[in-house]
Design a protein around this ligand. Structure first.
Ligand SMILES: [Zn+2]
Ligand SMILES: [Zn+2]
Length: 300
């Protein structure tokens, strides 16, 4: 069985943090990958509260360089250094992220013994045999990215059919897994009869942006869509003016993209006392919606 993809919400507030909600940060763990999406102020302490080790992070995806999404980076990098972090740290983001980080790193506050690679990316920017990462440009006044993590569906042996075929287990199955037919003791075995292909698994992150026509196609068929929802529908004009989304729009994106699950984040302090109303608005459009709390965890 392939490992689960696990997502932990380390911070779920909008611009201003509250007693219950820290600034934006999410950690996606898959196999040996620990991918942090955004790093608002205080993120490293959120790791400790969640009893997770921040030093396992090997990639950081930054949506944009507004403070509530990046002010945790200097502290986190400093802690990495103090903790003997000894791998290459990859930081990806839209145009401008390089200058932002190099300005900080250039101040030499942190004596660094490890390498940081900063890449300004768009489109598909990282790929292994097993998964890929891609970015799409959003509209938020400054360069901003939405991200997809996509675990590629693999061809797997159908154990039930294998048993019936009397073909022995072992290295002989490698070719079948690659989709190739095999011959064993004079008998031909077709890969299509003994294997099946799993579907892709997709996790999408749409943080700060105003509604735009790129979102739905980018997040199409997501298994887990994480979407900002800074305003309720009565404030849709304000949302537009401030280049943000409403909960209703987040629900519409989930519905139109045929996503399976919607988790709302980037929650404004104005809704702290009435999250039910906010959630009801999303559910009216898209049933499988929930509002993330700090330290919530979802596996797919
Ligand atoms: Zn924000
Ligand atoms: Zn922003």
């Amino acid at each position: 069985m392939a490992p689960d993809i696990n997502l932990t919400f380390l911070g779920t507030s909008a611009q201003i943090p509250t007693a219950k909600r820290n600034h934006s940060a999410m950690l996606l763990v898959y196999g040996g990958e620990n991918i942090l999406v955004d790093c608002g102020e205080g993120t490293q302490r959120q790791f400790r509260k969640a009893r997770m080790n921040p030093c396992k992070v090997n990639r950081i995806l930054i949506t944009h360089r507004h403070g509530d999404h990046v002010f945790g980076l200097p502290g986190l990098i400093s802690t990495f250094d103090l903790s003997g972090y000894n791998k290459t740290l990859y930081i990806y983001g839209p145009k401008g992220i390089k200058r932002f980080l190099e300005n900080f790193l250039g101040l030499n506050y942190v004596k660094r013994d490890f390498e940081i690679k900063i890449e300004e990316i768009s489109g598909k920017f990282f790929e292994t045999d097993d998964f890929y990462l891609e970015a799409e440009e959003m509209e938020h006044g400054i360069p901003t990215n939405a991200y997809n993590f996509v675990k590629k569906g693999q061809r797997r042996i159908d154990r039930g059919k294998l048993k019936k075929s009397k073909l022995p287990s072992g290295p002989i199955l490698k070719k079948l897994k690659e989709g190739k037919d095999i011959v064993h003791e004079g008998k031909k075995y077709l890969a299509k009869n003994l294997t099946y292909t799993e579907g892709d698994k997709k996790v999408s992150f749409v943080l700060d942006t105003k509604m735009n026509n790129k979102i739905v196609s980018f997040v199409k068929g997501s298994d887990l869509l994480v979407c900002e929802s800074s305003f309720d529908d009565s404030l849709k004009e304000t949302a537009k003016e401030h280049l943000h989304l409403t909960v209703k729009q987040a629900g519409e994106i989930a519905k139109k993209s045929k996503s399976k699950k919607l988790v709302l984040t980037h929650i404004s302090q104005r809704y702290e006392k009435d999250l039910k109303g906010l959630l009801a608005e999303a559910k009216k459009v898209f049933k499988n919606s929930s509002i993330a709390e700090d330290f919530d965890s979802v596996s797919i």
